[in-house]
Design a protein around this ligand. Structure first.
Ligand code: MRU
Length: 350
């Protein structure tokens, strides 16, 4: 551990520029919301919980120099910033949650001075950063209880340190299981087209001495057929009220394969990833990205015919029926998901 994906330093948001990994560990300072929006769009900072924290700190960046004379004026500026930051990527619920948390703090303190409210927004953003560290560790502990000694675990994308502040959700479970000396082994899908599995997951697991083997996404079926996978754990970008889960493109196919091969398929996510206003997966907005990422980005020369049409959704939705359990910071949710999600999310926090 020891690595922090996002911190507040020198009056700026400091992030690890994830587009430079695994070759260089480069930090980037973000000083305004235009820079933040670009960093999010380009996936310099990414992963649902990290986006929540970045968005909350971004809300502070947006208003810290405000000269608003009244709360009305100030709240108009906040709304504008919320729309702008919110327009960077549509799928991760946490991004909007981070924005909403800071707006709610402002609203519930509307009788205070603008300067006091700015201060409270900053404190709230800092709290989101801090709480994420504890939240991921709780997910790790609940999840590790599901892991047996010598298990092989398949994962996709990066739901680790780099997708949170410093521990991870799906990889948080893996870190905790490793800490408990369960002698686990990880298989990381490379995660085409942006290669978060190859570039980020293998990098951070190796750094933390967790045995990891990389595979191309289309090799997962063979691995499962050979009985080399005991469990699959993935993160989540948004979970609907019925448990349908949006996560990195390719997660759904792993869940289908898992069902066929009778392998438990788990989602690990904080409660801030749930969106109870969305009844099922059909309502989850799915980001579509540029074809260039598929045809060219990581290659010296384009790998497809010039001008070819490209299908490039960044996420897919795994139907809840294919999910064995959802590991959260408040406990493990099992089917029937709709009622159990409602019950767990309504429970007051301990
Ligand atoms: O496009 P990305 O890299 O932001 O996608 C990230 C994922 O799909 C993660 O699995 C998800 O955000 C959970 S991160 C703890």
């Amino acid at each position: 551990m020891g690595l922090k994906t996002i911190t507040w330093e020198k009056n700026k948001i400091k992030i690890i520029d994830q587009t430079k990994l695994p070759n260089s560990l480069v930090y980037l300072y973000i000083n305004n919301i235009k820079q933040l929006q670009q960093a999010i769009k380009l996936l310099k900072v990414r992963g649902a919980p990290a986006l929540g924290a970045a968005a909350a700190l971004g809300m502070y960046l947006a208003v810290r120099d405000s000269r608003a004379k009244s709360f009305k004026q100030f709240s108009r500026e906040l709304e504008k910033a919320a729309r702008y930051i919110g327009s960077s990527r549509p799928t991760a619920r946490n991004l909007f949650w981070g924005i909403e948390r800071t707006c709610a703090i402002a609203l519930s303190n509307s009788s205070k001075t603008v300067s006091e409210i700015k201060n409270l927004i900053f404190k709230e953003a800092e709290r989101i950063v801090k709480v994420d560290m504890a939240t991921c560790r709780r997910i790790g502990s609940y999840g590790a209880a599901l892991i047996k000694k010598n298990d092989s675990i398949l994962t996709v994308c990066n739901a680790g340190i780099l997708a949170t502040i410093d521990y991870g959700t799906a990889l948080g479970v893996i870190y905790r299981a490793a800490q408990l000396k369960k002698n686990i082994e990880v298989f990381a899908c490379e995660t085409r087209p942006l290669l978060q599995g190859a570039r980020l997951t293998t990098w951070e697991l190796k750094k933390n001495r967790v045995p990891v083997t990389l595979l191309c996404d289309n090799m997962a079926a063979t691995l499962m057929k050979e009985r080399r996978v005991d469990k699959i754990i993935a993160g989540a970008d948004r979970i609907a009220a019925n448990g349908d889960t949006a996560n990195k493109i390719g997660t759904y196919s792993l869940a289908v394969l898992a069902r066929y091969h009778r392998i438990p398929f788990y989602i690990a996510a904080p409660v801030s990833t749930f969106d109870l206003d969305i009844r099922d997966g059909q309502g989850i907005p799915i980001e579509q990205r540029r074809g260039y990422e598929v045809t060219t980005l990581f290659f010296k020369k384009p790998i497809a015919a010039k001008g070819v049409k490209v299908f490039n959704p960044a996420f897919d939705v795994t139907p809840h029926k294919l999910i064995s359990a959802i590991i959260t910071d408040r406990g493990v949710i099992r089917p029937p998901f709709a009622s159990n999600i409602k019950r767990l999310l309504k429970k007051p926090k301990k």
